[in-house]
Design a binder for this molecule. Structure first.
Ligand code: ADP
Length: 268
């Protein structure tokens, strides 16, 4: 449960002091935490309030027939694109607010084999034959966590790969066992990311090239969602990228979040 509003939050840090002693530094971060909560509530409330008027705008725009007003054709198309974009931003902000408010997720079995096949099918739908998409299932393990949230995180990575890879490029989806646990990876042969952008790329609305990213229709919130979902699964995101060569986004899961395949568990 959230602590009461007037609770004092301390940040504690041990600093070595001389050869045998340490200093314990306590910093009062109550105000920072309270402000952060105000920000979260504000974003959640505004997004929620915007949802209804946007649905109305969307609905009326869909009712307008361009055939009746040919001179409005391009304007109508632009209005529809922008209202869809706004709706997507609001939905993504609501998703982020929901994830931020959650302290843990359901620990259900996420059957990786079927999830991966679904992801590949969705990727092919998005790409519409413009990329060569491969799937490599090198691990039989399933994951423990929320199927819905993991699907959304993996989907975000795949959508980005399709978005930022030119026609004719390759996209590889991989699920493998690693020393530490499991690894879900999406590689592309797209435009790549300059190294100085990588540390900030999971921040809300952070984009490498604002105009280019707007054209591609993203909201700038996808990787923030990925990071939040992974945090809730005690997993981490690793990014390798080279400009003009491509990128690989890797989700690293601990051994504790892996489950032996169901058939093996049943036999045992
Ligand atoms: P967006 O909705 O703009 O794609 P994201 O949070 O998903 O927002 O990604 C943030 C930014 O990171 C993107 O705007 C883009 O500049 C960069 N990016 C993400 N994925 C890739 C990728 N696979 N290849 C190149 N750039 C990427």
């Amino acid at each position: 449960p959230s602590p009461p509003n007037d609770a004092i939050r301390l940040s504690l840090r041990m600093i070595p002091y001389g050869s045998e002693q340490s200093l314990l530094v306590a910093r009062d971060i109550s105000n920072v935490m309270r402000l952060e909560q105000v920000r979260r509530d504000f974003v959640a409330n505004v997004s929620h309030e915007l949802r209804t008027p946007l649905t109305v705008v969307h609905g009326y725009l869909d009712m307008l027939e361009p055939e009746q007003m040919p001179e409005w054709d391009s304007i109508l198309r632009e209005l529809r694109t922008q209202s869809r974009r706004m709706t997507q931003i609001v939905e993504d902000l609501l998703t982020l607010s929901r994830l931020e408010a959650q302290e843990s997720l359901p620990e259900e079995r996420v059957v990786m084999h079927s999830l991966l096949l679904t992801l590949k099918r969705e990727a092919e739908g998005l790409s519409q034959g413009k990329h060569c998409i491969t799937l490599d299932i090198g691990s039989e393990h399933d994951l423990k966590g929320s199927a819905k949230e993991l699907h959304s995180a993996f989907s975000n990575l795949i959508t980005n790969a399709v978005r930022y890879t030119p026609t004719g490029g390759r996209i590889a989806i991989r699920w493998s066992d690693e020393e530490h646990g499991g690894r879900f990876a999406v590689s592309d042969t797209g435009q790549g990311i300059p190294p100085h952008h990588i540390p900030r790329i999971t921040e809300r609305f952070y984009r490498v090239s604002t105009s280019r990213s707007r054209e591609t229709g993203g909201t700038g919130l996808g990787l923030s969602i990925v990071k939040h979902v992974l945090n809730l699964h005690h997993a981490r995101l690793e990014i390798q990228s080279e400009v003009g060569v491509g990128s690989t986004f890797m989700c690293m899961f601990d051994r504790e979040h892996l489950l032996a395949p169901q058939s093996l568990t049943e036999e045992a």
